[in-house]
Design a protein around this ligand. Sequence first.
Ligand code: NAI
Length: 296
Amino acid sequence: MAALDKSMMIGVIGAGAMGAGIAQVAAQSGHLVKLYDNRADAAKETIASIEKQLKRLVERKKFTLEQVQQTVANLQVANELADFEHAGLVIEAIVENRDVKQAVFAELESICSAQCILATNTSSISITRLAAGMKHPERMVGMHFFNPAPIMKLVEVVSGLVTSKEIATTVFDTAAAWGKVPVYAASTPGFIVNRVARPFYAESLRLKQEQVADCATLDALMREAGGFRMGAFELTDLIGQDVNYAVTCSVFDAYYGDFRFQPSLIQKDLVDAGYLGRKSGEGFYSYKEGAVKPEP
Ligand code: NAI
């Protein structure tokens, strides 16, 4: 099996943090990409924002103007899911909710050809469960990018119980052709990275709850002594507290309430208050203009 041909159109659903990054990666690799979001103007605004960010990288000599123009020319707004009729691969990156994702895949099955690969960027939801009830469950696969997708190399290629080996191989080879470092994973809760990362977040939150140290101290310690690129608090602010909380609950439930994966009330409070992290301007830290990130 080989990577998907560049002539194949890629559909991306969800123009949030991950959908934007995935669309950019596929467009940069030479595919025509159609981006759909059910929020009015979201896809259009996301493409404009990708263009703006890439132009900044031209100033910093990381991209040529031609590369940026080519990438932007490859990005189109999809006004409805029906625009994915001729896609070779559709990657879903919407809200981390099984019912909502399943409804989207059910609709896609009535639109896309039987050859089209249906992939999800879910962080935690079972691929086996998402595929259940589909006409062609063997073409459902996890293609799990990391945030920010244009920078992070790793992609987990996740197979459910009935995912076809050929489909997983094509997605693996496609991710590699897009400059990523793919790994195969079986669909267990949290796959590989989120299985390892959940107790890291949970234990950091317990330290904060017990007032052992504040967020900035704990983050600095993980960076300086632990060698992590980010501590748990700054990382979950980047991920989005809403997304991270949904993933925590999903993994906790899937492991029958295993204490290691237990969500924290601190997370729930942040979500209830709309303190979603960078995307809302406030999370564990403030990202508002003039705000100074506290140093320990
Ligand atoms: P986000 O909240 O930034 O964006 C989600 C987008 O999906 C929004 O623009 C929303 O309007 C749209 N949407 C929601 N329901 C929709 C529907 N039915 N049809 C079309 N569009 C719809 O979320 P984010 O962070 O991009 O996450 C998306 C997915 O990627 C989730 O499954 C998440 O678990 C996963 N993920 C997130 C990572 C992160 O660091 N944020 C990392 C890796 C995976």
